[in-house]
Design a protein around this ligand. Structure first.
Ligand SMILES: [Zn+2]
Length: 272
């Protein structure tokens, strides 16, 4: 996903920075960052925790306080990540850099700031087993696949009752998320994250699947991400891998526990 560049706005309020702490009260350099920028940097530092291991290992061989590992990471965040935050959050960061140093301190992300944030987060002592990215999962609810009822074009409402949760199975991971179903107030049709029921006029209902849905239902309380589905069809259709072998492979690839603490398993029954 790419964000549209932000056009300068005439509303001066949009340029108001909301830092973690005012310059005069800030104890740490990063407290002067706007909140959205700070949130993004924290996520970057957690995901990039392995960079801090490379940094520590290199610094152990020299007498330097910093290394290019962290300086380059800071440059990337400052140049590419924060200015491209959506809405006015990117502008907010860029604006801060224009008035840099007027009060004696930089408002741009630099390597010192990253070291300080890593220390607060306890990242510097942490060593991930592999120098790959540490991915943070912020699981979003699964949404109805369309905004309006495809038949009546009515706005959808959330049906009464408890929200149910489902497992979303990815190629190498799984997470549990609430499923937000949508209900049409007119025809009472229910819209799922991957399909909606089409009224056949007296002949009951037929499920219409959306080919662009990001997830696909694979059984009760289970959705497969589109990525997994693509991998599956490539393995089964192209490489002639039996479905049961694929399921075994996935089950062996990770240790996931379901809501009862039992191991989460895929069976070929889940996969059509
Ligand atoms: Zn409807």
């Amino acid at each position: 996903m790419t964000y549209q560049p932000v056009k300068p706005s005439h509303n001066p309020k949009l340029y108001c920075r909301a830092p973690f702490r005012k310059q005069s009260e800030a104890k740490q350099s990063w407290e002067r960052l706007p909140l959205a920028s700070l949130a993004a940097v924290v996520i970057m530092v957690i995901q990039g925790s392995s960079v801090f291991v490379f940094d520590r290992k290199q610094r152990a061989t020299s007498n330097r306080n910093t290394s290019a590992w962290i300086r380059n990471l800071a440059k990337h965040i400052d140049k590419d990540v924060l200015p491209n935050l959506p809405g006015h959050f990117g502008t907010e960061y860029i604006q801060g850099t224009v008035h840099e140093n007027e009060d004696g301190g930089s408002r741009r992300v630099d390597h010192q700031m990253l070291y300080e944030i890593a220390k607060v987060l306890g990242i510097s002592e942490d060593e991930p087993p592999q120098p790959t990215h540490q991915n943070i999962k912020l699981p979003m609810p699964l949404m109805p696949v369309v905004y309006e009822c495809p038949q009546c074009h009515e706005a959808l409402r959330r049906p009464r009752g408890n929200t149910y949760h489902a497992w979303v199975i990815e190629p190498s991971s799984a997470y549990r998320a609430p499923v937000f179903l949508g209900e049409c107030p007119h025809c009472r049709g229910v819209i799922f994250p991957d399909r909606f029921g089409q009224d056949l006029g007296g002949d009951g209902q037929e499920d219409v699947y959306d080919r662009d849905a990001p997830v696909i239902s694979i059984g009760r309380g289970r959705y497969a991400s589109r990525k997994l589905a693509q991998m599956l069809s490539a393995c089964v259709a192209t490489a002639h891998l039996p479905l049961s072998t694929f399921a075994t492979c996935w089950n062996l690839s990770g240790q996931f526990s379901d809501e009862n603490g039992d191991p989460l398993k895929l069976t070929h029954k889940h996969m059509w």
